[in-house]
Design a binder for this molecule. Structure first.
Ligand SMILES: [Zn+2]
Length: 283
């Protein structure tokens, strides 16, 4: 199965699969990125304050290996990883440096209750995981700032996309017109079915979202991708800089970790982005 389309390219190498966004590849002299694909690798890491702690040590080691493999394939130092716990809230934090330079920051206390990271520092690989939720990977090509954000339906309702852009403007003086935002594979309108209470939360939060909601008997299908795109446009991102992978995780749950679609125990996929340090020689 090849998930390539006009926005993404599907790569398979060294026991690992991932997609890359064609638009971000235009800036591959300054930024490295990927979004993983495949249920043979899992990027779930137990973090502080998280139900994920049920993983057994062998599984943790195996999952760390998945991180090692994707880092290898991309030419990223495994130790550069910074990954937060994610709690479906709207907190976005700046990463100014690694806490422990000698191993990945699967950062517990420092980035507790954090769903988005941003930085302008090189040699920091910010990661966000998902299984149906949206991961938004952003790059300001002028200010050379990156962000990586977990925006599930709860994060969407809390407008974490807008809060991320606000932070990029606040901290780095980014101009939204320079920001490219890539939208990971996620559950799409075809499969994101909710009850009335959730539908009401969306209607109470957003204006003019009739075309993102479709009623089917007593359920509602919601297009959270469109809602995120509309928020990004509202913040001033250019339409041509908002790049959707156009991949539904549930439709493709035989090849992508999906919470709703998977009959396997649910693992996670992962988006990774790092500003390139051209001082370092890469393979
Ligand atoms: Zn679908």
């Amino acid at each position: 199965m090849d998930l390539s389309n006009e926005n993404v390219i599907h790569i398979k190498k060294e026991g690992i699969e991932y997609i890359q966004f064609r638009k971000l590849l235009e800036y591959s002299d300054t930024v490295i990125h990927a979004f993983t694909i495949g249920i043979n690798n899992d990027y779930k890491i137990p973090l502080y304050n998280s139900k994920q702690n049920v993983l057994i040590p062998e599984q943790i080691e195996k999952n760390k290996n998945s991180y090692r493999k994707i880092c290898n394939a991309l030419g990223i130092e495994y130790n550069n990883i910074v990954k937060t716990n994610q709690v479906h809230k709207d907190l976005v934090k700046e990463v100014t440096g690694k806490i422990n330079k000698n191993e990945p920051d699967f950062s517990e206390q420092v980035y507790d209750k954090t769903d988005g990271l941003l930085t302008n520092k090189k040699n920091i690989a910010i990661c966000a995981t998902n299984a149906d939720c949206i991961v938004l990977m952003m790059y300001d090509r002028n200010k050379k700032v990156i962000a990586n954000v977990h925006s599930g339906w709860k994060g969407t309702v809390q407008k974490i996309a807008i809060k991320t852009i606000d932070k990029m403007q606040e901290i780095y003086n980014c101009n939204p017109k320079d920001i490219i935002c890539c939208i990971s594979p996620s559950i799409r309108k075809c499969h994101f079915e909710v009850d009335e209470d959730v539908k009401n939360m969306f209607e109470d939060t957003f204006k003019n979202i009739d075309d993102a909601i479709q009623k089917k008997q007593e359920k509602w299908n919601i297009d959270t991708v469109k809602i995120n795109i509309d928020m990004l446009k509202e913040k001033g991102l250019r339409e041509e800089n908002i790049i959707d992978s156009r991949i539904c995780t549930v439709c493709n749950s035989d090849v992508i970790h999906s919470y709703r679609g998977s009959k396997h125990k649910n693992g996670l996929e992962m988006g990774i982005i790092e500003l390139k340090d051209n001082q370092i020689e890469r393979k």
